[in-house]
Design a binder for this molecule. Structure first.
Ligand code: OSB
Ligand code: MG
Length: 356
């Protein structure tokens, strides 16, 4: 039962964040993404969201490079093709080097389309088992605001809070915050801001009480990460370093980390991500689903991913109202008692509404 891809549309969405997102890499005030819709000959439509940023501060791709690659390279490869499984999209794109964020947006839309054709929720279609997904929020603010933001997140019911850190962050200040909330899981994300010259600064965060420290060093710093894994009792988790199955294998071989952040956008979509999940499962590597300051279409795919049996840590899965006045999906994603309930509707499980 194949699907012929009949029509692909790209729609730019640009909205202000409710409050600026501040990390050591960049401040984000406004977000632009491309919503991709793929219509099959059955009449159904699948959705994906391209979450590259405006400039290459986080990954090499940008929303402009993605628009170019989507329009000029990927759309012609997919249009009018008949597919029997969404995994075939990765094969169709094989001759195109890199550009995984552009590929992911289109590939994920095709997975949604196939789930809809099969009359199944996407989370079931990909092998998910859990309908109750633990939520997680990120605090990306000035140090003076961290305490207040954590208190707000606690009040909103979040049971996992990720705090952005860098070499100038005061670990004792964080320790007193973490001590105030014994029932909350705290992650730290350094976004690669440490290096070999301030390695000792990193060890000062070992007693804060973090479940893990995400990406202390640069993306290719396998040896430094291995040293941190050996010397710290806190688990080391890699985010920016993980852009392919091969990167996960490299992390395992070099003993550079305990846990990986799954970012389907950076990995190139579902097919590559499911391979990463399999490899992590076989090697007892922890996993959780990372966020990209994204809208609801990307979040819905990420929620389906978090439903898989071996995703044990809560991800960057916050409510629609965390970043946005109004999300692009209906109903909005809500967090209740620290969790998000997956929909029983087919596909991504939400209506897409791009009107402001
Ligand atoms: O490093 O995990 C990161 C957002 C944009 C770019 C990089 C990162 C982030 C986040 C997650 O920290 C934010 C979210 O919940 O969407
Ligand atoms: Mg990160």
């Amino acid at each position: 039962m194949g699907i012929t891809i009949k029509e692909i549309r790209l729609k730019t969405v640009r909205r202000l964040l409710k409050t600026p997102f501040k990390s050591v890499l960049q401040q984000v005030d406004e977000r632009e993404v491309i919503v991709v819709s793929v219509k099959g000959d059955s009449g159904q439509t699948g959705y994906g969201e391209c979450v590259a940023f405006e400039t290459p501060w986080y990954t090499e791709e940008t929303i402009t490079s993605c628009r170019f690659v989507l329009e000029q390279v990927l759309l012609p490869l997919l249009t009018n093709q008949t597919l029997h499984h969404p995994k075939e999209v990765w094969e169709l794109f094989k001759a195109v080097k890199g550009n995984r964020m552009a590929k992911a947006a289109l590939e994920m839309a095709v997975w949604d389309l196939f789930a809809k054709q099969q009359q199944q929720p996407l989370w079931q279609f990909v092998g998910g088992t859990s309908k109750a997904i633990p939520a997680g929020i990120v605090v990306a603010a000035d140090p003076s605001q961290i305490g207040d933001k954590v208190a707000q997140a606690n009040k909103a019911g979040y049971k996992r809070i990720k705090i952005k850190i860098h070499p100038d962050t005061d670990p004792s200040m964080l320790k007193s915050i973490v001590n105030n909330y014994p029932e909350i899981l705290f992650f730290a994300d350094a976004n690669g801001s440490f290096d070999k010259d301030n390695f000792d600064r990193l060890t000062e965060f070992d007693d804060v009480g973090f479940t893990l420290i995400e990406q202390p060093f640069g993306e290719r710093e396998w040896i430094l990460h291995a040293r941190a894994k050996q010397q710290l009792k806190t688990q080391i988790c890699l985010d920016e370093s993980i852009a392919s199955v091969e990167d996960v294998q490299q992390m395992i071989d070099s003993k550079a980390g305990d846990i990986v952040v799954l970012k389907m956008s950076r990995l190139g979509g579902w097919t590559e991500t499911l391979k990463v999940v399999e490899l992590c499962r076989e090697n007892s590597i922890g996993m959780w689903v990372g966020g990209m300051i994204e809208f609801g279409v990307s979040k819905a795919h990420n929620l389906a991913l978090a439903s898989l049996p071996d995703i044990h840590y809560p991800g960057d899965l916050s409510a629609s109202n965390h970043f946005w006045e109004k999300d692009i999906i209906q109903p909005a994603i809500i967090v209740d008692n620290g969790g998000i309930q997956l929909s029983d509707q087919i596909g991504i499980g939400y209506m897409v509404n791009l009107a402001e």
